[in-house]
Structure formats: C-alpha cells, structure tokens
Write a new protein. Structure first.
Lengths: 278, 278
DNA sequence: TTGACAAATGACCGACTAGTCATCTAGTAT
DNA sequence: ATACTAGATGACTAGTCGGTCATTTGTCAA
C-alpha cells in the first residue's frame, strides 16, 4: 500500500509541527494531494492513522536497538546503547518529536496503552543493560540508574529535537557513559526502590499472548511472497503450538525472518518469547 | 476579583486533565456555574485566561524559590533548592502538570515566549546556584550540570505528577544532591559548552525594561491600599528614574513590599535589577 | 463500443468551537 | 415609586472538525 505510506509520511510532518489534535484530516489530504474520501479508503479513522504510525516507527526503533544491544559486548554495551538510541531518534526525528510531545497529552485510552506498551519495552531493554553491565553492584540503585538513563536521553531529546543544537553523537554517548558509570559506582542514597516502581499507577499492559502472536504470524504467512520466510514462519508457528525444535534451529528460523521488514516485529516478539521460555 | 480566581481554579482542573486545546470555554463555565458571557467579562479571550494563569502561578513559584535560595547558606543550598522546588511543584501540582505538558505543545507565539521567559528565569537561578556551590571547579561542565539538575527535577515530575508515586521529598532531595555532587566532582567529558548554549534557537526574550517595570509599579501604586507599600513603591519608582538612595535603603524598601502578594513580583524584578546595577 | 467494477471525489452532515450581543435582572439612589 | 446601572445571561454567528456516501472517473475485458 503505497498510498498508506504517503499519508503516514505527510501526516507525520504536520503532526511534528502542530500535534495530533491541531492537525485536521483536511490538512493531511491537501498535503498528500488526495481527496478527503481517499483518506478514509486507507484508514478507518484519524485515530487509526495515529495508531498505525506509532506501530510503524516504534517497531522500527525497538527492533533496531534490540538487535544492536543483543549483538554487543558488555564492555561497550552502554556506549552502543546510547549511540544507537540517538541514531534512531535522529533518523526518525519527526516521529520522535511527536511521540515525546503526545505521550503526556493524549486522552485516548487505547493510544495511551499503546504508548506505554512501547515505553515498557524500552524500560525493559535499559534494565537488562544495567544488569548486564553492572550486575549485583547496583542491586539497590538499579531503578535510580534506569530513571537517570532515561532522563539523559531526555536531555539529548530536548537539545537536539527541540532546540536543534548540533551535537556529536559519539562524544555525547561517551559523556553519558561517563555520567552513568559515575552514578552506578558511587550512588549510596537510593531514590527509587523496586516497591516504588511496583506502586506506580501503570496502565495495565496486556501481555503479548501466544494467541495474539499466532494471529500476527498467520496474517504475515498469507501476505509474504518469499518462500524461505514463509516456510520459517510456518515452522515457528508449529513450534508455538507444539514445542519440538532445538534452540539452535529456532534461533536460525528467527534469523531467517528478522531482516524482512514485514517480519521483524514477529522476530522480536518470538526472540523474547523463547528466551523467556527456555 | 473573586470571579477571576474562580475561573482560574476551575479551568486549571480541566486543563490538568485535558490540556488547553481540548478544554472548551463552555466546559469551564459549566464547572464554574456561570454563563458563557460571564467568562468574557473576566477575560478577553481563552488565551488571556491561559496567560493570566501562567503568570499567576509562575510568579508564585519563582519568587518563592528565589527568596529561599537567596536566604540559604552555600553548604545546604543545593538541598534547599531541590526541596523547595519539589515543595512548590507539589503545592501547585495541577499547574505543574499543565505547564510541563503544554510547554512543547503550544503553538501560540506569545504564550511560548511567556513560557520560555519563565524557563530562562529558572535556568538562571540554577546556574547561579551552581556557581555559588561549585565555583571555578565546574567551569567546563556547568552547563552539563544545569541540564542534569533540570532532568533530575524532571524525574521527580514524572514520578510524582504523572504516576502519583508517593515520595519523601527530603530523601529525594538528599539523593539528588548526592548525584549532583558526584557529577560535579568527577565529570571529565563535557557535554554542553557555553557555545552550544549560545547556538540554541532560543526565542528572543524581551529584557524586562525599565519602562515596563515603571508601568507595572504605577499600576500597583494605584491599586494598593496599604500606606507603607504605597510609599515604598513611590520611592522605588523615583529611584528607578533618578538613582539617589543607598543600597541599604533600597533593600529595605524592597523588603517592605515583598510580602504583599500584589507586590512580590515587583520585588523580585527590582531585586534582580538593582543587584545587576550595583 | 459497451458493460462492469474499482478507485477517487467533494458536497454534505451533525457535532462541536470561540466569541458576540440584545436582553434581562437585581440592587441602589433619588 | 421611579430611574439608573453594573452584572449576568444564553441564543446566536461564523467557522472548524471528523466522518459519510451518492456520484463521477478511469481502466479493464468482452
């Protein structure tokens, strides 16, 4: 669907300037050079466009960071994480702007749920990095670190996306690594405990259930042309229903699909599903 | 004007939930139990209400933090600053929510200017604290520190205002003081230089000019009943036009007016005007 | 050339918005 | 009792919004 992508692209430009609410469907269709009716042939509603847009970019960003982090040595992990995150945000800067602006501003409950889902994935990634890099040493202060890392990324966001400050991403990442290490090594007064995090009024995030996963896979099997991807998906679906294959084979099958844009989200979900399982 | 205050209070509740745009004048008047017409007797427009609201609370918060900071020893300055800031935000939590949510979201240029004006006052306060506490030692990294302190406050904001996490403000402030000291003492890789800050695309903030100051003072002289305040204002106005009095007398006159709610903003502006001058 | 079908259009709908203004009301002074 | 006035009202205007749908257009095969 090339039309869908056109609408997402043009709408994103407008959203970045004006926000969701202030941007009308009319403005979007004018920028696309299509009629208002044509918009509703691609999306059921304005909300569905926003939802699709968030999925599109967050899948892109999440899978990329995840892949890089999973294939990096512990000693440069923190640096790589910062660097790749900044890279991702820079690449999709319009989207990043919108996402940050709207996260506190949206009223729509389903959208909020979606946003907090991706946020929790991001937090999970940071926590696993903290555990890999610092381990037991930061047992008391790992949530402190989590929030500090998040707010360091926030500094980058503010400077780069909202004030257009030219920044060297490498020295930026280095600087944040230094700060993170300092805080990890010397912090004695914990700020946020595990209980504090528990007590937070998080919106209930639906676990990615196996049924949902199967549904996505089936849909993709139908749409995919490539035979290797198709067969891999069929086998992986079989594995979800009836575990039989060895970890190496599973890993291989996931690797078969992870470079296909239509499959990378499935690859991400399956990877996390099986690592948790095994 | 008790009606004006009623509208500000009720509107703030709605803004905190829904934001400026999503809240209609109708909703506000319904919540106040007044007619739509009555709203426009108190405010020229919806925008003027928002503007007045921001002034009302930011003057409150700014003057309070400024006063506390100016009357605190260097050795507990950082702690006191964090603590008082959190206190202020907690006290005006609805406003804080709105202010944070809307700062990236507003399109209205005049409003943006107002918001960045108060932001720059806040940044100025933090910078002067950094200089007092750490002095020359953080020459290279003082802007790093500025942004870290700002983002620490952002952590508090996120936890307390948006996730309603119960927090002990004292240990929170202690924890942030420790983190700030760590970063100040050991950071070797600067992130943000003075040039970086210069290059930021700040909206042009109008200096508070002497004419504007005189205007506000004259207006307040007319409105004020208290004879001491009135006379102090008259003398201070004279001093602005023709410097004659000694610093001690000026300080005394400012002290005369700074506890009066209608005058505290003038007190703040004059204090900064004269310390810069002398 | 015709018929069939999908793609695209934009006039239209009901619901909402900020802001206005002729009208009304309650309190005071004479 | 009368006249005046400041405050309050809500129907109203002019406009925007998201979304719909009867109609038109373009593209095929027969």
């Amino acid at each position: 669907m090339v039309k869908k992508q056109l609408i997402i692209d043009k709408a994103l430009e407008l959203f970045a300037e004006q926000g969701f609410e202030a941007t009308s469907v009319q403005q979007i269709t004018e920028k696309c050079g299509i009629s208002k009716g044509a918009f509703y042939l691609s999306f059921k509603s304005k909300g569905e466009l926003i939802s699709a847009m968030i999925d599109h970019f967050m899948i892109e960003i999440t899978t990329r960071i995840d892949h890089v982090v999973n294939n990096t040595d512990d000693n440069v992990l923190l640096y790589t994480f910062y660097y790749e995150t900044f890279q991702s945000f820079q690449k999709h800067s319009d989207f990043a702007k919108v996402f940050i602006k709207e996260q506190t501003h949206t009223i729509d409950k389903e959208l909020l749920l979606k946003i907090s889902y991706y946020h929790s994935l991001f937090e999970g990634a940071i926590l696993s990095i903290i555990e890999r890099v610092f381990g037991e040493k930061v047992k008391q202060t790992k949530y402190d670190l989590l929030y500090c890392i998040k707010s360091f990324i926030g500094i980058y966001t503010e400077l780069n996306l909202f004030y257009n400050v030219p920044l060297d991403l490498q020295s930026l990442a280095e600087s944040f690594v230094e700060k993170t290490n300092l805080l990890a090594k010397h912090t004695t007064i914990p700020l946020i405990s595990a209980e504090t995090v528990q007590s937070m009024e998080h919106p209930l995030i639906e676990e990615v259930k196996i049924e949902k996963l199967l549904e996505i896979i089936e849909q993709t099997i139908i749409e995919t042309k490539e035979p290797i991807e198709k067969e891999s998906l069929v086998l992986l679906k079989q594995e979800l229903l009836e575990p039989a294959l060895s970890p190496a084979i599973i890993k291989g099958l996931i690797n078969n699909i992870r470079n296909n844009p239509d499959c990378k989200w499935i690859a991400y979900l399956l990877l996390h599903y099986f690592t948790f399982k095994i």
